[in-house]
Design a protein around this ligand. Structure first.
Ligand SMILES: [Zn+2]
Length: 114
């Protein structure tokens, strides 16, 4: 794989938009897959992202499609390995915390599911 020449105008694809931790997770996966990628602030994509604390993960557009497919596959496998489906029923609609079946309220944000 060739190195990225920063002086050259390269088209980049946005691989992910979200919080810093999720971006780092995306970067780790892309890194593991051998794709060079970069972390940037989402505000660069437009004013609608300003002041939200979002970040983006970008990489050269050439490999983006391939990388996305591999990344999705890897995330699926990663989730299969790290979660036990019998235990995890759902995610909290408010904060996204993983919930086990016996939770009547979110352990993270306290949302009550009745
Ligand atoms: Zn919650």
């Amino acid at each position: 794989m060739s190195e990225i020449n920063e002086t050259e105008e390269k088209r980049v694809a946005v691989m992910f938009v979200g919080g810093l931790d999720d971006c780092k997770y995306t970067i780790k996966i892309l890194d593991d897959l051998g794709f060079p990628c970069a972390l940037d602030i989402a505000e660069k994509m437009g004013p609608q992202y300003a002041n939200r604390g979002y970040y983006i993960v970008t990489m050269p557009e050439d490999n983006a499609e391939k990388a996305k497919k591999l990344m999705e596959k890897m995330i699926r496998e990663d989730l299969d390995i790290n979660s036990s489906p019998e235990n995890i029923d759902d995610k909290c609609p408010a904060c996204g915390a993983e919930l086990s079946v016996d939770h009547t309220e979110c352990p993270d944000c306290g949302l009550n599911f009745g």
